[in-house]
Design a protein around this ligand. Structure first.
Ligand SMILES: Nc1ncnc2c1ncn2[C@@H]1O[C@H](COP(=O)(O)OP(=O)(O)OP(=O)(O)O)[C@@H](O)[C@H]1O
Length: 304
């Protein structure tokens, strides 16, 4: 559905994207993941057509965005990172305004607004002035504005930043509904748990480069491995060195092993015989956050 080939974009000396290659399947929920400043918003703005000058090619539904910009814009609903609403108007009037921008009007628009209000869980607040809304409610309304024209592709740039748990849940439910309707979703985030929960494909992006991509299953099969985490005052590198490759994490050590259960047993026996008491000794599976760290040496949240 979306083919991104060799896409590069610079802002003066800043290389925001460098030869990015990605493929996003129709009907999939694609997580675009990277720390702040990685290039996620730049890529999204290219897909949406806000940034027209870039190197490489982007095709949506087999059509190059350069040539079919108008057609493609109609198929896309874009939710920008910054909330863009008219604070002095009601929720319904904001939707009315955005609907008119998409060329909708009359009965069709009014019916669609009611549908969207239900979808975003704000039907009971349709007559409330937006300035009285919580940050999460504003986010939901912002998403609603991008759904009015029933787009096939929905691009959401960090839609859960700064939202309360209730709104986060509502946004997740909304995304599940959009997925069930067969929409193609591109979802950027630096919250790994969200991406793990929602997306079926993923692209890791760091310093403007795509460092890994594929279905969630492929990425996990390629990079997931088990390890052991050990922490304790008496735990030193010398004590653990015989049992595998060591890395320091937080206040303890991680031992990577192809047979972690057997290694755990050996370590436990060795510590016991030396009367060394750990405060934590556990098996752990690599999560997306860990995979990103292994690929880039960058913590996803350390800049945000
Ligand atoms: N209009 C601009 N002018 C100059 N530099 C820019 C502009 N927009 C983005 N950048 C820079 O390009 C790089 C990529 O930014 P981008 O916003 O695409 O990253 P991001 O992954 O979306 O990060 P964030 O989550 O903080 O938005 C950053 O170094 C950013 O400072």
């Amino acid at each position: 559905m979306i083919n991104i080939r060799e896409v590069s974009k610079s802002y003066g000396p800043i290389k925001a994207l460098q030869h990015a290659d990605l493929h996003i399947e129709k009907g999939s929920c694609f997580g675009l993941v990277g720390p702040n400043g990685a290039g996620k918003s730049t890529l999204m703005k290219i897909l949406v057509g806000i940034l027209e000058e870039f190197g490489g090619t982007v095709e949506i539904g087999g059509k190059p965005v350069h040539q079919y910009r108008r057609d493609i814009k109609r198929q896309i609903g874009y939710v920008p990172q910054d909330i863009c609403l008219e604070e002095t108007l009601t929720a319904r009037d904001n939707l009315l305004l955005f609907g008119q921008l998409y060329g909708l009007s009359g009965k069709d628009l009014n019916e669609r607004i009611s549908e969207v209000l239900t979808l975003i869980g704000l039907e009971k607040r349709e007559k409330s002035i937006v300035s009285t809304f919580s940050g999460g409610m504003k986010r939901r309304l912002n998403i609603g504005c991008a759904l009015l024209h029933a787009p096939e592709i929905i691009i959401l740039d960090e839609p859960t930043v700064g939202v309360d748990p209730q709104s986060r849940r509502a946004i997740f439910e909304l995304i599940h509904e959009l997925k069930a309707e067969g929409k193609t979703i591109v979802y950027s985030s630096h919250y790994m748990e969200e991406v793990e929960q929602l997306c079926d494909s993923i692209g890791f992006i760091d310093q403007g480069m795509v460092v890994e991509h594929g279905t969630m299953k492929e990425v996990f099969e390629k990079h997931r491995h088990s390890s052991i985490f050990i922490e304790g005052e008496q735990i030193t590198e010398e004590v653990l060195a015989p049992y595998g490759e060591l890395t320091v994490r937080e206040n303890g050590y991680v031992i990577t092993s192809i047979d972690p259960l057997a290694t755990l047993q050996k370590v436990a026996l060795a510590l016991h015989s030396q009367a060394v008491q750990p405060t934590r000794l556990e098996l752990s599976q690599t999560k997306l956050e860990g995979i990103f760290f292994e690929l880039t040496g960058t913590q996803l949240r350390d800049k945000g």
